[in-house]
Design a protein around this ligand. Structure first.
Ligand code: TYD
Length: 206
């Protein structure tokens, strides 16, 4: 039996990770096997690649290298974790997936939506998300939250114009798409969680 594949997307600081953890607890309380993955990372190879991709010292990294490294992490994650979990009927929740690459590398880095989709295709194969939960937030609010939290990684250190392209890019590719549900990321944590579980309950009923 194939499980359910849910992806959480949104700009830096949108609160995805908090919501994913709340959702996992909710599903596990209902007796479901729930696998959480994060991108880039989620496997041993992927975590090694993550430390290269996000290292603020690698200012010389080209956009093409960046795109290929994200795609490599994703291919390994699908191969090792996402594919097998879905095949045994688990719920998989991924913190980001290919839409992140389409927005960050395809739009903000200017490599093109088609190029990024094509590069990622062989690594993803049949394992497309059933639902993408998009947490929409302005770049200003998102960045403010990040700056308060921790040391910024290589991508987060990009300027406000880059992050503006990310917020706009997400809206451009996700709004109106049938597999996407959009949430207002500026509401409080509990309200947002309630909205998310209502949608997930609908999905699980089907
Ligand atoms: P992370 O610390 O996981 O950020 P967040 O908690 O906001 O998800 O770092 C991931 C960074 O990598 C984030 O800035 C978005 C970026 N990214 C891409 O540029 N392309 C991608 O394909 C993915 C998955 C992430």
């Amino acid at each position: 039996m194939r499980g359910i594949f849910i992806v959480m997307e949104g700009p830096d600081g949108s609160g995805k990770t908090t919501q994913i953890n709340l959702l996992k607890n909710y599903l596990e309380d209902r007796g479901m096997e729930c696998i959480l993955t994060r991108e880039p990372g989620g496997t041993k190879i992927g975590e090694d690649l993550r430390s290269v991709i996000l290292n603020p010292e690698y200012k010389e990294m080209s956009s093409v290298t960046e795109m290929l490294l994200y795609a490599a992490c994703r291919a390994q994650l699908v191969h090792e974790v996402i594919g097998p979990a879905l095949e045994r009927g688990a719920v998989v929740i991924s913190d980001r997936f290919v839409d992140s690459s389409i927005v960050y590398q395809g739009i903000a880095r200017g490599l093109g939506i088609k190029t990024v989709s094509d590069i990622n295709e062989p690594g993803i194969g049949i394992y497309k998300p059933d639902k993408v939960l998009f947490i929409d937030i302005s770049e200003k609010e998102g960045l403010q939250r990040k700056v308060q939290q921790k040391k910024l990684d290589r991508i987060e250190q990009e300027g406000i114009e880059f992050h503006h392209m990310i917020s706009e890019g997400y809206r451009k590719i996700l709004l109106g798409r049938e597999d996407v549900i959009t949430f207002d990321g500026e509401q409080d944590i509990d309200t947002l969680h309630q909205e998310i579980i209502e949608c997930i309950d609908h999905l699980l009923e089907r």
